[in-house]
Design a protein. Structure first.
Length: 183
């Protein structure tokens, strides 16, 4: 897998994707600095991981969406329910062929984070961590996170298998954290 090409493909799903990421590089999981390593290098839902780390439930806000038959694409942020802080940006491509109509309808309602929906509906799932990326944010990501272009951010590419089928492709980028370990 060419990580840079895969990331660029995801950015191209919506106009203006070039404004999200100025540049990126694939890094080994072992070189991911803490606390980003704990947030990203695992096979769990980011919804749960972000809620535990930030000690707050999170809500989803859909920034852009597109539907093509059974494929649903969206740009999202997760916000802390406590203070409204943005804790994560994501790009999601969901193949609805691999879930029930009830799960599809809940996702399309855009009220609940994806991980929480899959957990609540007890969808048999497995998360395959594809790659960890170090990202220098472009103007749009800088604006969403309220951060400068440097230091870099960290994110992951992953695939969620639902009922043993590759149903979801994800780019999940953690908001910058107030820590010295961000390089």
């Amino acid at each position: 897998m060419n990580v840079t090409d895969q990331l660029q493909q995801m950015l191209d799903w919506f106009p203006g994707g070039d404004q999200l990421v100025a540049r990126c590089e694939h890094i080994p999981s072992s070189q991911t600095p803490e606390p980003y390593k704990s947030l990203l290098v695992h096979e769990h839902h980011m919804t749960v991981t972000m809620e535990q780390f930030h000690r707050s439930a999170v809500r989803v806000k859909v920034l852009a969406r597109r539907r093509e038959g059974e494929t649903y694409l969206r740009h999202i942020i997760l916000e802390s329910c406590d203070d409204g802080r943005v804790v994560q940006f994501g790009i999601v491509r969901f193949d609805f062929r691999y879930v029930t109509a009830e799960v599809r309808d809940e996702i399309l309602a855009e009220q609940t984070p994806l991980g929480r929906i899959l957990i609540n509906f007890n969808v048999l799932r497995h998360i395959d961590l594809g790659a960890i990326v170090r990202i220098w944010p472009g103007p749009q990501l800088q604006s969403l996170f309220g951060c400068p272009a440097d230091p870099p951010l960290y994110g992951r590419l992953a695939t969620i298998f639902c009922n043993q089928k590759p149903a979801v492709d994800l780019l999940e980028i953690s908001a910058p954290l107030n820590t010295a370990a961000t390089t």
